[in-house]
Design a protein around this ligand. Structure first.
Ligand SMILES: Cc1cc2nc3c(=O)[nH]c(=O)nc-3n(C[C@H](O)[C@H](O)[C@H](O)COP(=O)(O)OP(=O)(O)OC[C@H]3O[C@@H](n4cnc5c(N)ncnc54)[C@H](O)[C@@H]3O)c2cc1C
Length: 413
């Protein structure tokens, strides 16, 4: 039987869960996704999709659909604090294509989730159960038993080959089924908003990403032209008692020093009080699996988003785990091999993300050294330094992929 007759349960229809479902279904597995929400989530805002993630998405046949919903910025304008002109523009666009053969693009999270969801719907061997109120999974010597309370008041019980928690930073799978750690608050909140481009009155470039540095906070802005919008994420320090308190703030309280910056002023004026609010948390979990239950994506290794790689890591995870689940003799060995392959890379990416945060948020006079180094590296310096990140092929060894057959219903339209 195609797919070895294996059934895999996945908790969470986010970026990790949907990518894994698609990859597994292409190998012929039967996949059931348990999602808490009633539909695919429209929340979130922009995502930067780097070549390492795009390589996987293209291998899943999604190149055209992603291209239709995304922009390939020509570069990243870096603005030191209060600067009216960028210090430098890091090359993306053609430079990234030339180096990696793949674009570096930006898109809305809901658009990426929509592309993945529509692709999943083309597979008869993927079932997505929405509105799941609770689930449980218990590992046995030969697989896992799963129970779930569904939206319609029914409950289901099933046996499966493996259970994968792709249920995000507050993962029930990690905390309750695997006795893993709670998320750790980073001390920063992400303020997110998408605004009509015209509201910024030309304060940020319409075809490039802008990265604005400031002491203790920073902002990332990029256009989403097919929505006529610009995506803004502003990261600022917040005390935990405020971030998680009964009355969290409605808008970022930037220090007075931010006001002379034309970009920060334009953003805060345009956004007024309609910001979304997201405490940034990380996960440091000693074990990503136990028996036939494992974790991927943010559930396993959420990181601060200062290298824009959380979703990219989730996408890579899916590409690595799917063939292992199809070829290893049991789920435990698939998860063990997955963790051995993935942990060093994910931890390295987590470390540079955290280091970026420290650099972005530096105070004067340390900013002088930072800005001098950035200027010295020039527009292409980051391409050389990040080859290991963007040039990564998330395909496991050929001995894994070779024997697998695919079970697509036909080309994605
Ligand atoms: C401000 C900000 C900017 C970012 N920018 C980027 C970027 O540019 N590029 C990038 O690669 N990454 C970025 N990230 C990180 C990225 O958003 C995450 O790493 C990524 O979304 C993780 O995907 P996931 O599928 O693991 O988790 P999620 O996207 O959180 O999905 C989890 C899913 O599980 C479901 N779920 C949760 N609990 C349950 C339950 N009990 N039962 C059933 N279902 C459940 C949820 O409803 C959801 O659908 C950013 C993050 C932030 C905060």
């Amino acid at each position: 039987m195609s797919g070895n007759g294996r059934t895999i349960y996945i908790a969470g229809a986010g970026i990790a869960g949907l990518t894994l479902a698609l990859a597994l279904a292409k190998f012929g597995a039967t996949v059931v996704v348990l999602e808490r929400n009633k539909t695919i989530q429209e929340v979130g805002a922009g995502l930067q999709i780097s070549p390492n993630a795009r390589r996987v998405l293209n291998q899943l046949g999604l190149d055209r659909q992603i291209a239709a919903k995304s922009l390939e910025p020509s570069g990243i304008d870096i603005y030191p604090f209060r600067a009216r002109r960028p210090l430098t523009t890091l090359a993306l666009g053609p430079a990234m294509l030339e180096r990696h053969g793949l674009p570096y693009s930006v898109m809305h999270r809901a658009d990426l989730a929509g592309v993945l969801y529509r692709a999943c719907k083309r597979f008869a061997n993927i079932e997505i159960a929405f509105g799941v109120r609770a689930f449980d999974a218990e590992s046995h010597a030969r697989g896992v038993s799963v129970t779930a309370d569904e939206a319609d008041g029914k409950s289901r019980s099933a046996r499966a080959f493996a259970f994968v928690g792709a249920d995000g930073v507050s993962s029930h799978t990690r905390i309750d089924l695997l006795d893993g750690p709670e998320a750790l608050y980073s001390g920063y909140v992400a303020w997110r908003i998408t605004l009509p481009m015209a509201d910024l009155h030309g304060a940020v470039a319409p075809d490039r990403t802008s990265l604005l540095f400031a002491p203790g906070y920073h902002a990332v802005c990029y256009p989403l032209p097919h929505r006529g919008q610009v995506n803004i994420a502003l990261f600022a320090r917040e005390k935990p008692e405020v971030a998680f308190g009964p009355a969290p703030p409605k808008s970022p309280k930037l220090p007075w020093a931010a006001l002379p910056s034309p970009q920060f002023r334009a953003i805060t004026e345009a956004a007024a009080r309609s910001w979304g609010y997201w405490p940034v948390a990380t996960i440091s979990s000693k074990a990503w699996h136990r028996g036939a239950i494992g974790l991927i994506g943010d559930a396993a290794h959420a990181m601060v988003p200062y290298q824009a790689q959380g979703a990219a890591m989730a996408i890579e995870d899916a590409a690595i785990l799917a063939p292992l689940l199809m070829t290893e003799p049991d789920a435990e060995s698939a998860f063990a091999r997955f963790e051995a392959l993935r942990r060093p890379r994910v931890e390295r990416v987590g470390k540079i993300s955290a280091a970026n945060g420290r650099v972005f948020h530096l105070e004067w006079p340390f900013t002088l050294a930072r800005d001098a180094v950035i200027a010295l590296r020039g527009p292409r310096g980051h391409l050389r330094r990040l080859d290991w990140l963007y040039g990564y092929h998330a395909a496991p060894e050929p001995d894994i992929v070779g024997p697998l057959r695919t079970a697509s219903r036909g080309p994605e339209r």
